[in-house]
Write a protein that binds this ligand. Structure first.
Ligand SMILES: C[S@@+](CC[C@H](N)C(=O)[O-])C[C@H]1O[C@@H](n2cnc3c(N)ncnc32)[C@H](O)[C@@H]1O
Length: 222
């Protein structure tokens, strides 16, 4: 029964991804540079499913919950950018950037400065190869644990992770509270404790609709 429901979920995800791909082609591929980057990135995964790559990484690490990977559809990050007021002046930090598709979109379509931190080596290696091939500047991919990494000075933090335990969320909240400058924090599925939630809306993701929270961290005075 559980297997059957997984098969139905996969069919629904594949259908949603196909519709999303058509929308990306007709909308974002008008920017031919972004089209080339995105198509090349996607082509690097034709024979390597990112969901399987993420699952294998978690399995080798001994995690129990292996089905945690998902991607923000480009149409959804576009809506988030509009609703949260992300502008080309922003430096966006994506915590857990996966294979980096959102980072490339934020850089090439919106023009933000972007940093993506990701723990799966294959995702970061491939994203860096794509970056080098197209000489993309203004986007950096960092391999590591975002709880330990140096975050720099982002003006926006984006986090799509629907399965984080309370301990991890508390650590994230602590790290955000320790930032010395104001930051907008966009989180999917849960609000970051301690932040003043400025906006909340529902948007479609690969696994279905999810709540998106835009909180404001005020930073600390030196
Ligand atoms: C649900 S996926 C979201 C991918 C991407 N942000 C997007 O929205 O398309 C979450 C990603 O966060 C990564 N991740 C989870 N915990 C992490 C951690 N502590 N440090 C770095 N990356 C992490 C996972 O490997 C996975 O690629």
């Amino acid at each position: 029964m559980e297997k059957l429901s997984l098969i139905f979920t996969r069919i629904a995800v594949a259908k949603q991804q196909f519709i999303e791909f058509l929308l990306a082609v007709t909308t974002y591929y008008k920017n031919t540079r972004f089209a080339k980057i995105d198509l090349y990135l996607l082509s690097r995964y034709w024979l390597r499913n990112p969901y399987r790559i993420a699952r294998r990484y978690l399995q080798q690490r001994g995690d129990q919950d292996l089905y945690t990977y998902g991607e923000t559809p480009l149409t959804t990050i576009h809506l988030i950018a509009v609703k949260a007021g992300i502008s080309p002046d922003d430096t966006v930090l994506e915590l857990g950037c996966g294979r980096g598709r959102t980072c490339f979109w934020l850089r090439e379509w919106l023009g933000c400065r972007v940093v993506g931190i990701e723990q799966v080596p294959t995702f970061v290696e491939t994203a860096n190869q794509v970056k080098e091939r197209f000489r993309v500047t203004g986007v950096d991919f960092v391999l590591g644990d975002y709880l330990q990494a140096d975050w720099g000075t982002p003006t926006v933090i984006y986090l799509y992770a629907s399965n984080l335990d309370e301990g991890t969320i508390a650590l994230l909240a602590k790290k955000i509270a320790s930032l010395k400058h104001p930051v907008r924090v966009i989180s999917v599925s849960f609000p970051i404790p301690g932040l003043d939630v400025k906006r909340q809306f529902v948007l479609p993701f690969t696994w279905g609709d999810a709540d998106v929270y835009v909180g404001r961290g005020v930073g600390q005075l030196d």
